[in-house]
Design a protein around this ligand. Sequence first.
Ligand code: HEC
Ligand code: HEC
Length: 427
Amino acid sequence: MQEDTTEAQDCDAAVRLEKPYRSSTRTRIALIVGAMAASAAALVACGGDSSSNDSDAIDQAALVAQGKQIFRFDTFGDEIFWTDKLMMNEVIGTAVDPVTALSVGLKVDAEALPAAVVQGIQSGSISLTSPATTVALLKLDAVVGVKGTVETVNGQDVLKRVGITCALCHSTVDNSFAPGIGKRLDGWPNRDLNSGAIIALSPTLDAATKAVFNSWGKGKFDPRHNVDGISKPVVIPPAFGLEGIHSVTFTGDGKELSYWNRYVAVAEMGGQGSVSEPRLNLSITNGTQDLVSDKLPALQAYQLSLKAPTAPTGSFDATAAVRGQLLFEGAGKCASCHTGALFTDANSTLHPASDSMAEPESPSYASRSASKQYRTSPLKGIWQHAPYFHDGSAATLTDVVRTYNGRLALGLSSQQIADLAEYLKSL
Ligand code: HEC
Ligand code: HEC
């Protein structure tokens, strides 16, 4: 009997976990749905022969479900930046039609579209060249990473507020409906996203500032720009495959994801809360409330649950990849830094800037970071996110190998370079 009681308490805990988390009604509804899924799992587990391991798993499932909602839909109150300061709602609501939105890399979640909208898009009765359609999509929560508040004024839908979420940069879609429209792929970096061009749409920026943002290009963002004023963006990295790696960012600035998640939520997205980083002499507080801190555990749990995607069948030559693996571990000397199952020595080592094949660059990205060094990049799922290195300077995996071969004088033949590239494609 004693044991039954404990179990019941633990099972309740999976649902109670949702309570401390405060957010908009809409997010709450989404959370409740997530929690219901978790509680369903709880009911199954609790009905059976459960042990404390099971209830730990249930707590974890609830935390992950919560984190997924935060990752996809939470703005941390960053509307104070994107709406009050940049007035993005005005330009999106009046001048950004879906064709324009897709052309700057924004993605549409096909699963958020009701059947009537799907039919309308297919038949052409819903115009993809009308900004009103963008507002309608935002009202449906269908634009990945963009959260709108739409109100009806004199019978017309008006975009009153807009904010961004983590999914903007770290999610894409599978294009199953049309290019840029499909099922969400959380954690996959959006390498089509022209974040600078999007920010440059703001009516509150002057021409010189717009020119800076417009120079960033596709798939890149500079998360140091608003701190040091330098404009030299890096590629948006994946948020998958990071379980077991206790060193985050290209430069290994922190030991856990929450370190960087807080930094991004406050310093880059403009969310309400605080972040300080003494190594960069940085201390930022946005707004008067903290809408970030209590979400960090769930957000981290969700990201750590995202596995790197396996290479599609037929996307690489398996025989060549076997030969390539031998080179990776042998003549290529790759495994001296890209060690173990995660292909990185990040948990024990950071490397001097000169170990990056993207260096020397001016200014060095490492020099702008807190660690001033580079982390050996993990390589699982690497096939998915060309171009490579933090600055995107290697267009393909073959280019990566050619660069190493030249810079480190490895003496690999062109056959060996090709084999090693096939191995990288298979990871
Ligand atoms: C505007 C685009 C953008 C948004 C929005 C954004 N990120 Fe990032 N993220 C980046 C870029 C660029 C980097 C690379 C920075 C670096 O490593 O120096 C990065 C790095 C990361 C990393 C490090 C990955 C690794 O390999 O260590 C994680 C984790 C991450 N972001 C999570 C998040 C989360 C969680 C959010 C929401 C709170 C978020 N990001 C919002 C662009 C973005
Ligand atoms: C001395 C340590 C070291 C060695 C040896 C090394 N790497 Fe790296 N590797 C790194 C570091 C550090 C980075 C991150 C560089 C950057 O982004 O600027 C990296 C990045 C990469 C990337 C890009 C990852 C991404 O997400 O863009 C690939 C691919 C890669 N290495 C493959 C290899 C291969 C193949 C070899 C062997 C020929 C090799 N590396 C040898 C340290 C090393």
